[in-house]
Design a protein around this ligand. Structure first.
Ligand SMILES: Cc1cc2nc3c(=O)[nH]c(=O)nc-3n(C[C@H](O)[C@H](O)[C@H](O)COP(=O)(O)OP(=O)(O)OC[C@H]3O[C@@H](n4cnc5c(N)ncnc54)[C@H](O)[C@@H]3O)c2cc1C
Length: 414
């Protein structure tokens, strides 16, 4: 069977890899080069234990508060477009403890033991930095820590419960933390990887495996016959296949219209910046500031902000500067680099109103599928997504772990 994958970000690359590993013929088509944007600039965290959906209790109040600050970690560009208003209403409805817990449990069930896939990728010659030194959440605010501890039953059930570090215990664990940090949660089983190297090496491995990769070919047409897609096209170029997977990240919403759907996936822009190494023991979540700190062997990466605006990767320097300053109240001797010394990069997270991925068969087409909307957790969820979508495409049978993510939960996916 020949599958055409539309989008060479994390989800498209890993699913193409899984399909090819299981003996399928694959063509992967990307609008530009593979592995750019969110796939490249993300923090590189593989963090099932941190995969709470974005909408949650208090999210609406925080959003309103933050909207008044130019340097806040969350920004929503107001619009009166019906699609925007419907999206925000959906997010508002999902901002409650019950839905957030159900979404978190659905993420964990989807992931299962897939975290080991990253070691398997490396064992198969995909060469990228992968660190097994856990994730530390550092808190200024006890309430935030207790909120997260409320999920310890769930994380415990999946074997990834945290170690609680109160007061100075957190500094015993990570001596670089300042005294203002009141506590932390350490999740020993979480990983982090170098996203740029991961994308580039996965691309190279796909080429070795015989996957056809077509770059600079934005899909702008879908040809159907008898309730099936027969090909997709980009300008004058046509890509025929037996099945089609839409994995276009933040662009999935508009591209889904070519397939006769209208999925409510919007871009949630974030930034990352790199600088010389700082000496942290492992990935650290500056929880209250919403900034991710990732120590690689040869550099440090800071990532943050969620901006709901247009489909663009423009850089807002005020928010980037806020990311650079965030560690001042968490890390000892932190000196923010001069803005001129860093080269910020932007990427767009694909976000659905309920903060959950959108995965399954597209409506009214027997051989077209979607895997998008992974929001803040595309790296974390990628291997599990790749496995479940490959099984669906190959057998037509839907794994029950995919059910909470069905496109049919939205009007434009039915
Ligand atoms: C600052 C930041 C930090 C993050 N940190 C983490 C983290 O630590 N851990 C984690 O798990 N996740 C993280 N994420 C989220 C993660 O990066 C995303 O969830 C993930 O990249 C989504 O993968 P994707 O393949 O769906 O989309 P993308 O990676 O964006 O890929 C989509 C691809 O589709 C292509 N495309 C678009 N339109 C078309 C078209 N018409 N035709 C063909 N191709 C098309 C694009 O060119 C692109 O290559 C972070 C994101 C950001 C922005």
């Amino acid at each position: 069977m020949h599958t055409v994958v539309i989008g060479g970000g994390i989800i498209g690359l890993t699913t193409a890899y899984q399909l090819a590993s299981e003996g399928e013929t694959v063509t992967l088509v990307d609008a530009r080069a593979t592995g750019l944007g969110a796939a490249e600039v993300n923090a590189g965290w593989v963090v099932p234990a941190d995969s709470l959906p974005l909408p949650g209790p208090g999210a609406v109040v925080s959003a309103m508060k933050w909207m008044t600050r130019r340097d806040s970690p969350l920004y929503i560009k107001p619009s009166i477009k019906p699609s925007f208003l419907t999206f925000m209403l959906g997010m508002f409805r999902a901002s409650n403890a019950k839905d957030q817990r159900a979404g978190f449990a659905a993420h964990l069930a989807l992931m299962g033991d897939s975290i080991s896939a990253f070691d398997d990728y490396r064992a198969d010659g995909i060469d990228f930095e992968l660190q097994h030194n856990g994730l530390l959440m550092a808190f200024h605010d006890d309430a935030h820590m207790h909120l997260h501890l409320g999920y310890a039953d769930l994380t415990g059930r999946f074997g990834i419960a945290p170690v609680k570090l109160l007061g100075d215990d957190v500094r015993v664990h990570e001596p670089l933390l300042r005294d203002e940090v009141r506590g932390g949660l350490f999740f020993p089983k979480e990983l982090h990887l170098d996203p740029r190297a991961f994308g580039a090496s996965l691309h190279a491995r796909l080429v070795d495996m015989g996957v056809e990769i077509v770059e600079n070919a934005p899909v702008d047409g879908v040809q159907t016959a008898g309730g099936r897609v027969v090909s997709v096209s980009s300008g004058t170029r046509t890509f025929p296949g037996d099945s089609f997977l839409l994995a276009a990240g933040a662009w999935t919403g508009p591209v889904s219209k070519l397939f006769g759907a209208d999925l409510p996936i919007r871009p949630g822009k974030g930034y990352s910046v790199e600088m010389p190494p700082y000496g942290l023991k492992g990935a650290t979540n500056l929880y209250d500031a919403k900034v991710a700190v990732t120590p690689f062997a040869d550099r440090l990466r800071l990532a943050g902000t969620m901006e709901f605006g247009g489909l663009d990767e423009n850089i807002n320097r005020v928010r980037v500067d806020a990311i650079l300053r965030a560690p001042l109240s968490y890390l000892r001797d932190w000196e923010p680099p001069a803005p001129a010394d860093v080269e910020p990069r932007a990427g767009m997270r694909p976000v659905a109103p309920d903060g959950l991925p959108v995965m399954g068969r597209l409506p009214r087409l027997s051989n077209a599928y979607v895997a998008g909307g992974h929001g803040m957790y595309g790296v974390t969820l990628a291997p599990a997504t790749a496995r479940a979508m490959t099984a669906l495409i190959r057998t037509g049978k839907i794994d029950p772990v995919l059910l909470p993510f069905s496109p049919a939960r939205f009007r434009g996916g039915r």
